[in-house]
Design a protein around this ligand. Sequence first.
Ligand code: URA
Length: 428
Amino acid sequence: MTYSAVEVITAKRDGHALDDGAIDWVLRAYLEGAVADEQMSALLMAIYFNGLDGRELATWTAQMIASGERLDLSGLSRPTVDKHSTGGVGDKVSLILCPLVAACGAAVPQLSGRGLGHTGGTLDKLESIPGWRARLTNAEVVDQLERVGAVICAAGEGLAPVDRRLYALRDVTGTVESIALIASSIMAKKIAEGTSALLLDVKVGSGAFIKDRHRAHTLATTMTALGDAHGVRTRAQLTDMSTPLGVAVGNALEVTESVDVLRGGGPPDVRELTVALARHMLELVGIDDEPAARLDDGSAYAAYRQLVAAQGGDPDAPMPLAPLVEPVLAPRGGVVESVDALGVGVAAWRLGAGRARKEDPVSKTAGVRCLVRPGDLVEAGQPLFELHADDPDHLRSGREVARRAVRIGEGPVAPRRLLYEVVEGRAR
Ligand code: URA
């Protein structure tokens, strides 16, 4: 059967399901250059409006995986389990979770990304450690997983290469926020990396990609079903992202806070979320251990030091500090009613911690420290945030946004609920 790009686009535009052959053809032809960017953009917009049904999505994802290689981790002596977060503000959990779960006996192949917009990226954070490198060969990944049990690195060019092209196109055509396209993009890369089990941390709230619980639930169900279909035991935990996680937001600042948690301290919400996610991961691969104990007895921190050193970093090097540090003061006394994750994320981004385009550099040291939490009583003039920047222009720009990110009122404030529901895949 021969296909034409225009026929595939118009079929989806008019609400018809695409047959498997059409999906195979269009993704392959796009990678080979026979379907042009403007044609794929039109198809992505048609999918944005009309979605993909379960069969179409399974085929679309399978074809994305088939566009590249699939890592084979079956020879490892430990069970493999990974975690993916849909992205948030102050979400440094991967830095802690990966060595923590390794310290409990699993192998964690954490192939990560960089931050975009107001959300941070794990690789940007770790690159603030002197010497640490994100790029590893497949052989290095497998070797480190066997020796250390933990790897955090950039996804190789060979894994689901069509996703890189599609994601870049979605980014500039207003088609990122489609459940089918997000689910296939995330799951194709995770399935291709070869993990046997996967925990998804689906963030909900102002600082997340997906703002409402209903859509987050649909995304979680869609992704767990895809994992299922490919033999990856997948579970999703919906978690709150209306308030930043922990105190630190920004690359080096978040590494410092992660080390505090790895040494048994750190902000209670970061520890609570990390331990809850670690328990799910261990359950998925049948390991009976208590992750909180591994934070307290030093074994998670030891695994972190091994991970950093194995990738060329110096775990004892002092973290870089911003030359400019300035507080934002409370304009009045009262009860902190909210600390808006999106507002803090945008402030950190403007201070220099994030990038507007994929190729932009990020500041290692810029960011925000959130000194108050919802429910705190504050007095007029008390510091709410500490802003860190490399230059006065970034500081000015971040300050304007940070001032609007806290609401002070009369209270009372309901206690924060960090963990929402768990969505279970069926592969067992
Ligand atoms: N992360 C991805 O890898 N892909 C998406 O589409 C969204 C978030």
